[in-house]
Write a protein that binds this ligand. Structure first.
Ligand code: FAD
Length: 514
């Protein structure tokens, strides 16, 4: 896609990311990670982009039957998709925060390095970060709650750097009657000796070619709502003989974007499944996966904004109108500056979440950091996703009519960005989640302390709004939930940017999609 508009190395060209890593990582960690970051930045502008484009041109296809009419339900991916998978595995996009040697060397900063690598990888690679995100989430859940066998046989594959051994995971929650309202899940689980059998339908299963999936299902006789849901590991190849597990891929979805990444509708028909962890804490355990997929969503949103800014700025240097190049036009400069401010804000808020997650996972976190992350991950996901759509839309407009032309590759940026506010929790659903969290005093205290620490310019106003909503009557509080979430996210970003010495510009002329 428009190779001449991309810099030779997207890491070298990303002054904001470099400054953040320089300030936030210990020098030894930055020195250790720099070669990989630089190599990812080079690849992103070269072969990753070419493979991403190839995947988009030849999306995965579903083969439901073999020549003898036997059901096989194989998803056939182009070679370019396998190349992307190999780079992701070799670079440790999933592995980094699970490797003993990495953790011994850099501790919780592994999550910052991982997020930076994913940020460089994401915008060139046709949504391959979606499988990375779910695989990371599954590795976390199985590491924390899985059996010894699941850790030995499954986690080892999910975090493998060897592309010939590496597996990816899916995340099967959504059913036809409800995605946000997971408590309506109807897939039934019944005991069968030492394992379980699942029956029912899952309506959105991304990365459907995965070797394993984590699925929510309701054991027979369990209570209604999310409380009655248990978490199961569903392998593609079922014991004892490794034959195809008993689920059918009814079809691949015909999507607005993310076309290279196959999303299937699945019917489970007595599918073999293993219980993960505590059968009565299924949804709580799934939350650990969601926190990680939401972080990757924010990483993708921040990266998408940066890519949009890079392309628009490069075009502005070349395109002439009214006697001078666009980058000389004062109003266009203002538009580009505002887009860049949004990209910077998204980057800082996202990387703060990566930092917190790393500290929590390695036991480095102090009091209040877990509560801060619990609130912050909802805010970061909802805010960056929405701003990514706004920034990409503005970037498309920066190209005038050419931005609307399919063969420039630009419309794909907008199509792919549009999923970011929908999956992993919509803007409203996450705003309500943030509101629930804010009703706990430890969350309110934690975000207050964070905004004070950062001397966030708009902290008083945002915290007043949050206090009022947290204590208001339920309907009024719900109506205010998005305003509260946005105010907190913008105050937090303002504080992080102020601390970093970066210009703070709340969305102004064009970038307000709420
Ligand atoms: C491309 C793609 C891939 C996906 N992949 C997966 C996957 O791999 N695994 C998986 O489990 N799911 C997946 N999903 C599903 C996705 O997570 C859900 O679509 C999403 O969570 C929303 O759920 P829903 O579609 O049921 O919408 P609904 O819950 O019906 O929401 C519809 C609208 O109502 C709003 N709404 C809902 N409740 C409230 C409320 N209480 N107050 C105010 N507004 C409300 C929502 O914000 C939204 O605007 C995927 C979706 C897409 C588009």
């Amino acid at each position: 896609m428009i190779p001449k508009l991309l810099p030779d190395n997207t890491f070298a060209a990303d002054a904001s990311m470099r400054a953040l890593l320089d300030a936030w990582l210990r020098p030894a960690t930055f020195a250790w990670a720099e070669a990989d970051l630089s190599e990812m930045g080079r690849a992103a502008a070269n072969e990753l982009q070419a493979w991403g484009d190839a995947c988009e041109g030849q999306p995965a296809a579903l083969t439901q039957f073999d020549g003898w009419g036997q059901r096989i339900d194989e998803v056939v991916y182009p070679q370019a998709w396998r190349e992307l998978a190999a780079v992701a595995a070799r670079t440790g996009l999933v592995a980094l925060p699970y490797e003993a040697a990495t953790l011994a060397r850099v501790g919780g900063e592994a999550r910052i390095v991982q997020a930076a690598l994913c940020y460089l990888f994401a915008p060139s690679t046709a949504t391959y970060l979606c499988p990375v995100a779910m695989t990371d989430g599954a590795a976390r859940v199985l590491t924390d709650a899985g059996s010894e066998r699941q850790r030995r046989d499954v986690v080892a594959r999910l975090v493998s750097r060897d592309p010939t051994r590496a597996w990816t995971s899916g995340q099967w929650m959504t059913e036809r009657q409800g995605g946000s309202d997971v408590g309506r899940n109807a897939v039934v689980a019944r005991r069968d000796g030492d394992h379980w059998r699942l029956d029912g339908q899952k309506f959105f299963c991304s990365n459907i070619g995965c070797e394993v999936a984590l699925a929510l299902a309701r054991p027979q006789g369990a209570s209604s709502g999310t409380r009655g849901l248990a978490l199961f590991l569903v392998p593609k190849a079922a014991p004892p003989d490794g034959g195809r597990n008993r689920y059918r891929i009814d079809r691949l979805k015909d999507k607005l974007g993310t076309r290279a990444m196959a999303t299937g509708e699945v019917t489970l028909d007595g599918a073999y499944a293993e219980l993960v962890g505590d059968g009565e804490r299924g949804f709580a355990q799934m939350t650990a996966m969601l926190n990680i997929t939401r972080l990757h969503n924010a990483v993708t949103a921040a990266a998408t904004m940066r890519r949009a800014c890079m392309l628009a700025a490069a075009y502005a240097r070349e395109r002439e109108a009214f006697g001078r190049t666009l980058d000389q036009q004062p109003l266009h400069q203002e538009v580009l500056r505002e887009m860049t401010a949004q990209a910077d804000g998204g980057l800082y808020l996202t990387m703060r979440m990566a930092q917190l997650l790393g500290r929590i996972e390695t036991g480095e976190a102090g009091a209040g950091e877990a509560a801060l992350f619990r609130l912050g991950i909802a805010l970061a996901k909802l805010y960056t996703a929405k701003q990514a759509v706004a920034v990409v839309s503005e970037a498309i407009e920066c190209f005038g009519g050419q931005g609307y032309m399919e063969d420039t590759g630009l419309p794909r940026l907008l199509r792919d960005a549009q999923v970011l506010p929908i999956w992993e929790g919509t803007t409203s659903v996450l705003s309500l989640d943030a509101l629930r969290v804010l009703r706990r005093s430890e969350s309110m205290d934690a975000v207050g302390a964070e905004l004070d620490r950062l001397e966030a310019p708009d902290r008083d106003c945002a915290l007043d709004l949050a206090h009022k909503a947290a204590t208001d009557e339920p309907d009024a509080a719900e109506r205010a939930a998005r305003r509260v979430a946005y105010a907190l996210a913008e105050a937090w970003i303002g504080g992080l940017l102020r601390q970093a010495g970066v210009e703070v510009r709340p969305p102004g002329i064009a970038l307000r999609l709420r």
